[in-house]
Design a protein around this ligand. Structure first.
Ligand code: SF4
Length: 322
């Protein structure tokens, strides 16, 4: 029986600490994997290169591919939307944007015709868990292999993670192992210091978490920092919103859902593409993020559980201030 150890690395502090634990323990058959969502900050890509260089561990990059599902959605729109009486201008606009771009996050949203949200957080599964399982874990599975999936989660991050066991069996020879489950944040940074590894520089640039830039769960103050420091990120999301809403039958696709936002006409059936594009954008929550309180309360912000990234797999770093 051969044991394969697979460490999920996001470029955030917890998964990096987990990788460092694996290295400190001289763990055999170690595979480090980064699931590239396509919505990462450039500094995270550079940090992964740095980690590889400093640790001597290759970090495999995996990406989800939505080409076939987008093709299936095109066929669906061509037949079903027309059958449903959706306006031809909306059908044609959707068909025009339903083309794979090669960016996993954008392609996922084009395929779904919407962005993920706290209530429908399909991004973690589609962009991180599944590519890792399909491209790294499943090829290792077999009667003579045991696979240990190392996950950088901590129990004090959220209620979802509070009661996770340190180790559990998934089945088929696959086990989860969470070596830093009982660690606190200082311990995580201490592990970096002890091993001579710098944390991702985004932590010293106002980011409380490292993962998608931005994450659908980002905090109000974090969004404000992103807009201030990395306006090009907001510009990119703004462009994505314009693309994704054309793939949306509802004619609404904002990165951050607003609890009060309503489509101006109630129905999109008779709206032109241009009218749809004018309904909402990330610019509104960005403006709101600069206020002290008040205004529309956006779904992402002031969440009841500030660590609302609910993946139990440790694939999305969470949100405490470093
Ligand atoms: S970091 Fe946030 S936006 Fe990205 S996959 Fe995880 S939950 Fe989704």
């Amino acid at each position: 029986m051969t044991t394969h150890n697979v460490v999920s690395v996001s470029g955030g502090k917890d998964s990096t600490a987990t990788l460092l634990v694996a290295l400190a323990l001289d763990t055999p058959n170690l595979t480090a994997v980064f699931a590239d969502t396509g919505n990462e900050h450039e500094q995270t890509y550079r940090y992964l290169d740095y980690l590889e260089q400093e640790t001597g561990v290759d970090i495999a990059r995996v990406r989800a591919d939505f080409t076939q599902r987008i093709e299936g959605k095109r066929r669906f729109i061509e037949s079903k939307w027309r059958e449903q009486g959706i306006a031809e201008s909306i059908v044609l606009a959707a068909l025009e944007v339903l083309q794979p771009t090669g960016n996993p996050f954008l392609d996922l949203c084009i395929w779904k015709g919407r962005f993920p949200s706290r209530m429908a957080q399909f991004c973690t599964m589609e962009l991180k868990r599944d590519p890792m399982l399909e491209q790294v874990v499943m090829p290792l599975m077999g009667p003579d292999n045991m696979i240990v999936s190392w996950q950088g989660v901590r129990s004090d991050e959220s209620l979802n993670r509070k009661y996770l066991p340190e180790c559990d069996e998934v089945g088929g020879g696959l086990f989860n192992y969470r070596p830093i489950l009982k660690w606190d944040i200082p311990a995580v940074f201490e592990a970096h210091r002890y091993m001579g590894i710098n944390p991702n520089p985004l932590y010293s640039q106002g980011m409380g978490r490292v993962g998608c830039m931005p994450c659908i769960n980002c905090r109000k103050d974090e969004l404000s920092e992103i807009a201030l420091r990395f306006p090009e990120v907001i510009d990119r999301i703004d462009r994505w919103e314009r693309t994704v809403l054309l793939a949306s039958k509802r004619g609404a696709a904002t990165f951050f859902a607003s609890s009060k936002a309503k489509h101006p006409a109630g129905s999109t059936a008779h709206l032109t593409s241009v009218q749809i594009m004018e309904t909402a954008s990330i610019r509104q929550p960005v403006e709101w993020s600069k206020t002290a309180r008040g205004g529309i309360q956006y779904d992402l912000l002031i969440a009841t559980d500030a660590t609302a990234c609910s993946s139990a797999y440790g694939l999305c770093d969470t949100m405490e201030a470093a």
